[in-house]
Structure formats: C-alpha cells, structure tokens
Write a protein that binds this ligand. Structure first.
Ligand code: NAP
Length: 268
C-alpha cells in the first residue's frame, strides 16, 4: 500500500516509524511519506492520489479541513467534526480512529468505564473523541471543561444525540471517577500544569492523551490515588484502527498482540 501523512508540522510525528514497524510485523510492504502541508489540503490530496496513494493519516491542524473535504464520513467523523484517516478509492472517505483507539487503550489498561462519571479537560477534536469513546464504553455522564465555555457546550451538543444513555454537559470541573486530559497542557512547548482544581474529589482513573512524558496532570492524579495511563496506548491503537480502515479488520486479539511491539517503538 502507498500511504502517508498530512500535517503541519510533520517532522516530529511518530507515524512514519509506527507504520513502518507495523508493515514489517504484518509482512506487508508499504511506502509511507510525511507531507508538510503549507497550502491547501485539497491540493495535497489531489497530488497524493495522482501518485497512487491508497490513504493517509491527517494530523494537526488539518483534521477539521480533512472532514470538510471528504466525500463521505463515518458517523464518528461526522459527529467529531474531525478526520484523522482518509481512504482513497471512488472518491475520498474520511474516518476518525481516535475514539476507537482510546476505547481499545482503556480496555487494554483494564479501565471499566461503564456506569462511571467522566470529566474531560479540553473541548477540541481529541476531547470529543474521548467523549465518544467514554459514551461507547457506557459512561453515565461526560462533562467537558475548557476555558472557552461555548466550545465545551458545542462538544456536548455534538455528541449528545448519538448516546441516549450518557448525560453530556459542559462547564466547570465536577466530581467524576474518570478524568481525561485532552488539553495540550504537559505537551512539549506548552505549560506543564494540571488542569484539575485542587478541591476536586479524586478520580479512580486518569487518562492523559499526552504521551511519552510524565506530566503534571499524571503526577497530580497519581498523588490523589488514581490509576494513571498516558496517551501512548491510544496513539498505537488509533494507528492499528487506521490500518484496518485502509486494509481489512485485524480483530481484537491481533490488535492486542501488535500493540506490544508498537508501544515499544513509540516510546523509543
Ligand atoms: P485542540 O483542538 O487545540 O484542543 C485543545 C483543547 O484544550 C481546547 O478545547 C482548549 O480550549 C483546551 N485547553 C487548553 N488549555 C486548557 C486549560 N488550561 N484548561 C482547560 N482546557 C484547556 O487540540 P486537540 O487536537 O483536541 O488535542 C489535544 C491534545 O490531545 C494534544 O495534546 C494532542 O497531542 C493530544 N492527542 C493525543 C492523541 C493520542 O493518540 N494520544 C490523539 C489526539 C490528540 P480552551 O483554550 O478554551 O481552554
């Protein structure tokens, strides 16, 4: 398969390494090229298709633009308003594997979300994907908390119609058993502080979407007694789900087996 990545920047991305390793593990030759998109994403897609690409990953800040240019979207991609994987065939199909990637990672970490209250810090594409994943896993409620209240409200409104059994809300942080950090706090180049107020009761689990570093959020949640995981599991799992979207289903057992060496690759 001929694959690649669109983003700005792309030089930091671990995707080329991740997919090269996955292709080796599956004994499936691929080419994978990271393309820095400084102009229009649509033009980059046309050029890639002309060169025979079968599909592509999309990263920041192009996920919303990718959703707008796709001819068809999966329900997740439509609700999240963001696409992280494109498939080229008769037209352009768009999907978002962040939500399923997080669901797979939560299960692998042994976090049972059913019936729990969840608090998501942030209200961007990753926060919405987290909200989708938590609701699919049976969370009783999902609260989005971000500095821009209107964006948090929009996230809650976008997901609520898809899940009758999960209560979505937006506003100041409230008590919850599951916390997700979907803000860039703790990422390289951003302040490293926990978005959780000190007075908030402790969660049982905390998931940081930032990966590869022990952030203030992770330290804060661990100090409060929570089980903590970072975003490396989600990164690997969303990549496995993207592969399935381009190729064919691997199944849960195979994904679990492949995740082990891929996690090592990502954390190198
Ligand atoms: P984004 O669109 O920029 O959204 C970031 C959100 O965080 C915004 O809603 C922002 O809203 C909020 N925020 C920023 N500072 C905050 C603070 N101090 N307190 C509360 N909220 C704050 O980014 P994104 O694409 O959703 O990505 C978010 C993070 O997830 C990034 O670190 C990204 O690398 C990570 N991510 C990881 C994976 C993975 O596989 N592990 C996948 C996707 C994304 P306000 O400015 O209004 O507060």
């Amino acid at each position: 398969m001929k694959l690649g990545l669109f983003g700005r920047p792309v030089s930091h991305s671990r995707s080329p390494r991740l997919f090269a390793r996955l292709a080796l593990l599956l004994k499936r030759p691929i080419s994978y090229e990271a393309v820095l998109v400084e102009g229009r994403l649509a033009s980059a897609v046309i050029r890639a298709r002309a060169r025979g690409w079968d599909g592509a990953n999309v990263t920041v800040p192009l996920k919303e633009r990718a959703a707008a240019l796709a001819d068809r979207l999966t329900p997740e991609a439509q609700a999240l308003g963001a696409v992280n994987v494109l498939r080229f065939g008769h037209g352009v199909d768009g999907h978002n594997t962040d939500a399923d990637g997080l669901r797979d990672a939560l299960r692998a970490a042994g976090f049972a979300v059913r019936g729990k209250r969840a608090l998501v810090f942030g209200a961007g594409g990753a926060a919405r994907a987290a909200g989708w994943a938590l609701a699919r896993e049976g969370a009783a409620s999902v609260r989005f908390s971000a500095r821009t209240a209107s964006r948090a409200r929009r996230s809650a409104h976008a997901l609520a119609p898809h899940f009758g059994k999960t209560r979505f809300s937006a506003g100041a942080p409230v008590a919850a058993e599951v916390w997700v950090n979907a803000t860039p706090l703790g990422m390289k180049g951003f302040p490293d502080r926990s978005p959780a107020p000190k007075t908030l009761p402790s969660p049982e689990f905390a998931v940081d979407l930032v990966y590869g570093r022990r952030t203030a959020f992770q330290r804060d949640a661990a100090r409060r007694g929570a089980r903590v995981t970072d975003g490396a599991g989600m990164l690997v799992r969303q990549a496995l789900r993207a592969w399935e979207y381009w190729d064919k289903p691997l199944g849960a057992k195979r994904r679990d087996a492949l995740a082990v060496p891929l996690l090592k690759e990502v954390l190198k």
